[in-house]
Write a protein that binds this ligand. Structure first.
Ligand code: UDP
Length: 251
């Protein structure tokens, strides 16, 4: 198992993308139901005020570092990390691995038609990929039983869930064992990127840890959520209180 670092009470694994791929492959091979979370600054700051979400993150089977801010905080603890491991890259690499290994994948979430379109694009790049199913759906309780049954009948190995954070990770924690899927991962807006309904930041921005700025430019309504970033920097730099508070109250 990889080393874990505590970032304000949220564990994050010291892993690269190949490590995450091996982890998923192994969990599917051994039929071990597992949850993967891709942790960014908003996750950590949301966990600080939402103990249910904090618990979901603390009990995930793998937690990858998915933002420049998280990598920065890990480096402050002496870890030699420089690459983000996030849903919008993992959806491609995991699909490529799934096609090679014969794993079935299911795409749940995003707006009507987006998951279907993303699945077609993944199959265009990986002609041997078996898409067990897609469903737009929503994380609301009224659809829960139907969606769980749909996934169970699809017999998928790998489940991508795009309900946005924190809903996707809460949904996975509550439902994974009922779906029969082996590994589930919340991938945020990744279906939109794969389908082409949203554009990712240019590579030069991603490489410089500026994807948040691109998202703010494309989706200005995010400014309130993004206030998490300066608060995070402040807490990591000046206070260890968040971590001790979470550990006491939520674990
Ligand atoms: N979404 C959904 N159902 C909902 C809310 C959101 O399927 O009830 C989808 C939305 O269409 C989008 C994704 O969840 O495809 C969330 O994307 P966002 O960029 O907000 O996620 P983030 O990566 O910021 O968590």
């Amino acid at each position: 198992m990889p080393r874990r670092v505590d970032i304000l009470g949220v564990p994050v694994d010291v892993v690269t993308e190949p490590d995450a791929l091996s982890f998923v492959r192994e969990r599917i091979r051994t039929h071990t139901p597992s949850r993967v979370v891709t942790v960014n600054v908003e996750y950590v700051m949301h966990a600080y005020k939402d103990s249910a979400f904090a618990h979901v993150l603390q009990t995930a089977d793998m937690a990858t570092p998915d933002s420049a801010g998280i990598l920065w905080a890990m480096r402050r603890q002496g870890e030699d990390v420089s690459q983000r491991v996030g849903g919008s890259d993992l959806i491609w690499s995991l699909s490529e691995q799934a096609s090679r290994e014969g794993h079935r994948v299911f795409l749940l979430g995003a707006a009507e038609g987006v998951a279907q379109c993303a699945a077609s694009r993944l199959q265009t790049r990986n002609p041997n990929l078996t898409v067990a199913g897609t469903w737009a759906g929503s994380p609301g309780p009224s659809e829960r039983a139907f969606i769980v049954d749909l996934i169970r009948r699809s017999q998928t190995d790998l489940l991508f869930v795009a309900f946005g954070s924190p809903r996707q990770d809460l949904w996975i924690a509550e439902n994974l064992l009922h779906t029969g899927a082996c590994v589930a991962i919340g991938v945020g807006g990744s279906f939109d990127y794969v389908a082409g309904t949203a554009r990712r930041a240019p590579a030069w921005m991603r490489d410089r840890g500026m994807e948040w700025l691109w998202r703010l430019y494309r989706q200005p309504w995010r400014w309130r959520r993004m206030m998490a970033i300066p608060r995070f920097v402040w807490r990591v730099t000046f206070g260890g209180h968040a971590s001790s508070r979470l550990n006491k109250e939520d674990m």
